[in-house]
Design a protein around this ligand. Structure first.
Ligand SMILES: Cc1cc2nc3c(=O)[nH]c(=O)nc-3n(C[C@H](O)[C@H](O)[C@H](O)COP(=O)(O)OP(=O)(O)OC[C@H]3O[C@@H](n4cnc5c(N)ncnc54)[C@H](O)[C@@H]3O)c2cc1C
Length: 440
């Protein structure tokens, strides 16, 4: 989105004259600002405001909603399955192009852990974030109404695997939200909820440095969150999380945030990949050894020219992705007009992470912050980064209103089955089955 946005500004004249056409192939009609997903899960930002509608911002571009299945750069064609392909019955379409910009990001990197594919959930999309929020509140409702202590215990146990910012922020924000929500339940106290963070290495939040990572562990443990370092999830079959240290937790919630790997489309392109499956790129964001193929973001292995370490690549994060996108657009425009290409050069500035409302940790430009100042910085930074003035204004308005009123504690899990009620009314759906009601 950032590349297309910049390109439509840079190539205004060419777009107007019809000499240039920009096509954006995208699975969803919106761009997700992923750093806001933990706040969306906590209910601090509504889901509509963590996404940016592409048709509104890219009004000079041609948007194709679909999945790019294959790219043949030698022939300059992309094979795309659009939303209409299955109904049309014509199969995927072929798009011809002159320049290719490939930025499909990454997907969750999973391991062959028994039960993982059946019971776990990731935390990369707005659907997962909102689904998880609804799920956590629903588990509290189940725990509140069951008479079986084993069901209650499993419902109130939440296991997160992976201590990077996605896992830590998601856990911290949801724990904070659930702790607050517990006050509205007559029979659930915050201490009844069990939150477990499982991390295979000896530290969490490597993005904020060692000191701040240690502070984050202390802060989480002070909230009764069970942080287990040097520990792996061995299995989550039959809804029991078994850890490498021997601990077993019956649970209905396993959230997998243990790293990412490049999007699968990369393996279906005739472009060079490195040993980790990322596209080999030059500092000008060109795919190495090719003409007219460009890449950026999580999928691109771009040399970090600011590092003294030989062969170092830019890490897969939003800080690089957004900045690379701008340089990429300028280089594509320069290439179209026969101008000079620029190198991508950005020294990693550090990171900010939220640990729940008014709590955070930051290490930016050598300055370490914790608690409220870090949390405030996290919000200010991401507000400045979320695209479009429209989204900034809406997010700010939501935060302001949330400061004036009580927190949102509603779970709208039924949104996932919008026809259920009507099916019952129309006599089409089977009535809910269950054991005969017991007397109180
Ligand atoms: C919860 C969470 C919190 C984060 N917090 C931070 C943070 O605080 N700071 C930070 O720097 N980074 C953060 N990150 C990482 C950051 O969001 C990513 O590095 C960044 O989004 C990468 O941008 P991208 O453009 O490469 O990929 P993406 O943003 O993932 O965009 C890729 C797009 O391509 C689409 N796509 C993929 N394959 C296809 C296909 N075959 N056909 C059509 N479309 C396709 C995808 O659907 C997606 O819309 C966070 C990530 C998560 C999940």
């Amino acid at each position: 989105m950032y590349t297309a946005l910049r390109l439509q500004r840079k190539l205004k004249a060419e777009l107007k004259s019809g000499a240039v056409r920009i096509t954006v192939v995208t699975r969803d009609p919106y761009m997700t600002y992923q750093p806001f997903l933990p706040e969306a899960a906590a209910g601090n930002i509504s889901p509509r405001h963590v996404v940016v509608p592409l048709r509104r911002v890219l009004h000079q571009c041609h948007i194709v909603i679909g999945e790019a299945d294959r790219i043949d750069h030698t022939k300059r064609t992309a094979t795309v399955t659009t939303l209409a392909s299955p109904e049309d019955g014509t199969g995927a379409i072929q798009l011809a192009y002159d320049h290719l910009v490939i930025a499909p990001g990454s997907i969750s990197r999973t391991l062959p852990v028994p039960g993982l594919a059946d019971y776990a959930i990731g935390f990369k999309t707005v659907e997962e974030a909102i689904g998880l929020r609804n799920h956590v509140i629903e588990q509290m409702d189940i725990a509140s109404s069951t008479r079986d202590p084993a069901i209650r215990d499993a419902a109130l146990t939440f296991v997160f695997v992976g201590g990077g910012y996605a896992g830590v922020e998601a856990l911290a924000e949801l724990e904070d939200m659930a702790r607050y929500t517990a006050r509205y339940y007559h029979n659930i106290r915050p201490e009844d909820l069990k939150w477990i963070l499982v991390e295979a290495s000896g530290r969490i939040l490597p993005e904020v440095g060692e000191d701040m990572g240690r502070y984050a562990i202390r802060e989480l443990r002070a909230r009764n969150i069970d942080v287990r370092l040097q520990t792996r999830l061995d299995s989550c079959e039959n809804r029991v999380a078994v850890l490498s240290d021997g601990a077993r937790f019956p649970t209905r919630t396993v959230v997998w945030t243990a790293g990412v790997k490049p999007a699968p489309i990369l393996a279906a392109c005739d472009l060079p990949l490195n040993e980790r499956g990322r596209l080999k790129c030059t500092a000008e964001l060109r795919v190495a050894g090719t003409e007219h193929a460009w890449a950026a973001g999580d999928a691109a292995a771009v040399p970090d020219v600011t590092s003294a370490e030989k062969g170092k690549e830019c890490a897969p994060n939003a800080q690089h992705a957004v900045r690379q996108a701008k340089v990429l657009a300028e280089n594509v425009a320069a290439s179209v007009r026969g101008g000079e290409l620029k190198e991508y050069r950005h020294k990693y500035a550090g990171s900010v992470a939220s640990l729940g409302l008014h709590k955070g940790v930051a290490h930016v430009y050598g300055r370490k912050l914790k608690g409220y100042p870090a949390w405030f910085m996290h919000r200010a930074y991401h507000l400045s980064r979320v695209p479009t003035f429209n989204r900034k204004a809406r997010v700010l308005a939501e935060w302001t209103l949330a400061g004036l009123f009580k927190r949102e504690i509603v779970s709208l899990g039924s949104l996932e089955h919008p026809r259920a009620e009507f099916e019952i009314a129309a006599g089409g759906g089977p009535p809910a089955k269950g054991p005969a009601p017991q007397e109180n």
